[in-house]
Design a protein around this ligand. Structure first.
Ligand code: PRX
Length: 655
């Protein structure tokens, strides 16, 4: 049996940036890019030391990297503050009165905060937190919707050296309780409710009961957004406005050690309890600032919209820290992408003249599904760059994004990274590199990512293998909070000898060195001695004009080792036209066989109206795998968005 992962993708289309894009780009040619990259890759430590000079250090660092496998420190003798690097650094420049945040609520209300206004709000909340006894090193939980106060909250913590733990506002009370307990949070910042799909949905009220089960929690600060009735517990709960109104708008930024913990963010592993990924200050800021500037080819007058919620790492690095350190104007949106109609994002792009739009493949596929007429109703000519993150983007979705949203003018930066990596690791530099639909292209300068076999040897071109990072990078996680053993084992157990970080992803490098992510290795299946990435089979299914979305998992098969089961959601208009669903299944099987070869042909196809997804939109293949293998699901479902989906899939199973 072969150890390599077979790749059957035949995608070969290439897209060069337009002359106009190149003319204004920060890095304008392959030659210029290679010069930077070759030098950086030869000595990543020196490269990052130079990049780090672009930040404001209260005490400059002398040491750059200390690497005692698997413990890493960057710039450890320097002192730095994240709030100062996002706010104060702009206040004596022309950016002082520039919009830092433009926020649109779901009902259509708009608020703009300049850099100065944002800084004053952050200072007031920072003083408010101090008045509650929050000190450097304390953990503050943040359970908010997408309101400007979410950004204010993170920066207020950073200003006084409190470590923030943002919990996605859509998580249940139990998920919140576990995360607050695990991180030992002292204060929680939350809100009465948020507008979602046309009506106020409760936050504080919905989780009120569990808050008494967090021993360490002393105070709950509640922001009034919707005005809905909200239970307040005496001696514990306090209104946000009552806390900040009387506070001074001046607050000194603490001088923090570079390795001071900036935040903990929980991410669900494929098994077991969520992991509290710990990021520290200096290294995280350095790489986040650099990647924001170069990958998004930032310009002073960009209006940048990243659709991620602050509850995800993308909302930390590319809604808050990255863009604000670079003095950008960040657009924030509160509500559902489909409210009041499927064109909400496009109407906001037109209204606010958004120039950079960064979203996830799952969103792109759902836009595709609702039809071209929605984006086509709006003027999208302000867009100049598009981004994608979170999953492999299948070439059909990429092409749709490129043609229908970008009108063939806008490069797409497909950015590969993880909660653990803190910031972008593999992505195109858009003015320099040509793109191919479905690949995040090359590791960024100073990032030694590679595809290796299980002995740690580099794979040949187009041979599938495991994605590793061979040299520490500044924004890498430092530990799993409270479980350093698990950190060492999960990320460094696989390639101990070589001291490589293992990403958990399967990938291949093509002959241009471009890296194609084939999904998590737990989504890799073995069919007749060939290990296949299920993402490729899914991509083939989705390229059929009748298919909206697909998830492919394996169940044990006596003959082939594993058999493939595909869960398929059809496009709305397709269902009405299909007479015979059994015949449709056969058509789709043949389609996959034709697209990528008979070996990848699904053994079974199941139609479903929806797939089980995490709140961040990732399909929970683990649950589907369990269902097709054991007939039931037992694992952790705390991150599942819609439980009824599972019930329906089970019901179909029993029919
Ligand atoms: O499998 C990869 C996939 O998402 C994983 C990281 O998930 P998370 O920590 O939730 O962070 C998501 C936002 C950074 C990766 O191991 N992934 C992320 N971006 C891409 C991707 N897969 C393919 N292409 C990408 N651009």
């Amino acid at each position: 049996m072969s150890d390599s992962i077979s790749s059957l993708s035949k995608e070969n289309r290439k897209f060069h940036p337009s002359k106009e894009f190149v003319k204004n780009a920060n890095i304008k040619s392959v030659a210029a890019y290679k010069k930077i990259k070759n030098k950086a890759d030869k000595n990543p430590t020196l490269f990052w030391a130079q990049v780090a000079k672009d930040l404001h250090w209260q005490i400059p660092f002398k040491k750059t990297l200390e690497w005692k496998f698997p413990v890493v420190k960057w710039f450890s003798d320097g002192k730095i503050n994240a709030a100062e690097n996002t706010l104060d650094v702009h206040l004596n420049t022309n950016r002082r009165n520039k919009a830092a945040l433009i926020w649109e609520g779901e009902p259509g209300d708009v608020r703009t905060l300049t850099y100065l206004q944002l800084a004053l709000e952050v200072n007031k909340l920072a003083n408010g937190l101090k008045s509650l006894g929050v000190k450097k090193g304390d953990v503050v939980g943040i359970y908010l919707g997408m309101v400007p106060e979410a950004v204010i909250a993170m920066l207020a913590c950073a200003r006084i050296g409190a470590t923030h733990n943002v919990v996605f506002g859509g998580f249940s009370g139990e998920a919140l309780r576990d995360r607050l307990n695990d991180s030992r949070a002292k204060v929680l910042l939350t809100q009465d409710g948020a507008f979602r799909r046309g009506s106020p949905s409760s936050l504080k009220g919905a989780v009120n009961k569990v808050l008494n089960h967090v021993q360490t929690l002393k105070t709950v600060v509640v922001l009034k957004r919707t005005g809905q009735e909200t239970p307040m517990q005496a001696n514990r709960d306090i209104w946000w406005h009552d806390l900040v109104n009387e506070q001074s708008n001046e607050c000194k930024a603490e001088a923090l050690e570079s390795e001071h913990p900036l935040f903990i963010l929980y991410t669900s592993g494929s098994t077991g309890k969520p992991k509290g990924i710990l990021h520290t200050t200096g290294g995280y800021l350095v790489q986040t600032k650099y990647t924001m500037k170069e990958v998004f080819d930032l310009k002073e007058n960009d209006i940048y919209f990243c659709t991620a919620d602050i509850g995800w790492v993308t909302g930390h690095s590319y809604v808050t820290y990255g863009p604000l350190m670079n003095g950008s104007t960040v657009f924030l949106y509160e509500g559902a992408p489909t409210h009041p109609g499927p064109d909400r994002f496009w109407s906001m792009v037109a209204k606010h003249r958004i120039s950079i739009f960064y979203t996830a493949p799952t969103a792109i596929r759902s836009f595709m599904r609702s039809g071209d007429e929605f984006p086509n109703k709006h003027d999208l000519s302000s867009l100049r760059l598009l981004g994608s993150v979170g999953e492999p983007i299948n070439p059909e979705a990429w092409m749709w994004y490129y043609n229908v949203i970008g009108k063939k003018r806008c490069p797409i930066v497909d950015t590969w990274w993880q909660t653990e990596t803190g910031s972008i690791m593999i992505a195109p530099i858009p003015g320099a590199l040509f793109l191919k639909p479905g690949t995040a292209t090359l590791p960024l300068p100073g990032i030694l990512a590679d595809v290796v076999n299980k002995d740690g040897k580099p794979c040949k071109a187009n041979e599938g293998g495991l994605l590793v990072v061979k040299h520490p990078w500044p924004s890498m996680l430092r530990t799993i909070f409270g479980d350093h053993e698990r950190y060492a084992h999960t990320y460094f157990g696989e390639f101990k000898k070589q001291k490589y970080y293992f990403t958990g992803d399967g990938a291949r490098k093509d002959k241009d060195g471009y890296i194609w992510i084939m999904g998590r290795v737990d989504d890799v299946v073995n069919i007749s001695g060939h290990r296949l990435g299920t993402a490729e089979v899914e991509s083939a299914l989705v390229s059929n004009p009748l298919v909206a979305e697909a998830a492919v998992v394996a169940r044990p098969d006596e003959i082939k080792g594993s058999a493939l089961v595909a869960f398929v959601t059809l496009k709305a208009h397709a269902k009405e036209n299909i007479q015979d669903f059994e015949e449709m299944k056969e058509i789709l099987k043949k389609w996959v066989a034709k697209e990528i070869g008979p070996i990848a042909k699904p053994d079974e196809i199941r139609f479903t109206d929806a797939l089980p997804k995490t709140r961040s939109g990732k399909i929970m293949r683990r649950l589907l795998r369990e269902m097709v293998t054991t007939g039931k699901t037992s694992g952790d479902t705390s991150t599942l968005e819609d439980f009824s989906v599972l019930e329906k899939l089970r019901a179909n199973d029993e029919e």
